[in-house]
Design a protein around this ligand. Structure first.
Ligand code: HEC
Length: 182
């Protein structure tokens, strides 16, 4: 092999190594792709499937199924798929982003919503500053004890119970004003 061809083969090898390295490093950044949430992301929760009290939305049917399974089986140390929207009542929501977007809440963004027949308005959104005005407490302070269940309180995940019972939750859901828009 001449010095020249040896030089060429070193370049080719370096190129291949670089391509391999890139192909390994690219998918991890693609997996952390964030989602955009606007008022249009929400809608009448009576249209969404539910497990026990909680309503679910995900654009991808497979991920919707996975989110509902994690919830139904109360699986610990498991993260909900990015893009999952959870609602217990029409005026509050949790939306899952990649962990890095909201590190204090493992990626969850809390929403306080104003719902009317005209649609959804976002009153507040973010992590630890968003509060439930009636309860005078932040969403995150109540949901934090359920960190082992990816901040999902449900029942028996360590959160202080709500002052409303299942019957009242069902009635609040049925009163979702966006229903009349259909
Ligand atoms: C006083 C404590 C408390 C506060 C404050 C609170 N939550 Fe919750 N949240 C709970 C409990 C407890 C449940 C489980 C209720 C059940 O299923 O019986 C729950 C359930 C939920 C659920 C259904 C999924 C789950 O975690 O079980 C969502 C979504 C939710 N809350 C969002 C919010 C948002 C958004 C805020 C703030 C605007 C908020 N919560 C404020 C205690 C609280």
């Amino acid at each position: 092999m001449t010095t020249f061809t040896r030089q060429i083969s070193i370049w080719v090898c370096t190129g291949i190594l670089l391509a391999v390295w890139l192909s390994f490093s690219m998918p991890s950044s693609a997996a952390a792709q964030d989602i955009t949430v606007s008022e249009q992301s929400f809608g009448c929760i009576l249209d969404w499937p539910k497990v026990r009290n909680t309503r679910f939305k995900h654009e991808d049917p497979a991920k919707l199924k996975e989110a509902m399974r994690i919830f139904r089986e109360s699986e610990p140390d498991k993260e909900y798929p990015v893009g999952t929207i959870l609602q217990l009542v029409p005026f509050e929501a949790m939306v899952k982003h990649p962990r890095e977007t909201f590190p204090k809440s493992n990626g969850w963004e809390f929403f306080a919503l104003e719902v009317s027949e005209a649609g959804t308005k976002i009153r507040d959104r973010g992590d630890d500053h968003v509060v439930n005005l009636l309860l005078g407490a932040s969403c995150q302070s109540c949901h934090q004890p359920a960190a082992k269940f990816d901040f999902v309180c449900e029942k028996g995940h360590g959160c202080a119970p709500l002052s409303i019972d299942d019957q009242t939750i069902a009635e609040l859901q049925k009163a979702d004003l966006r229903w009349t828009k259909k």
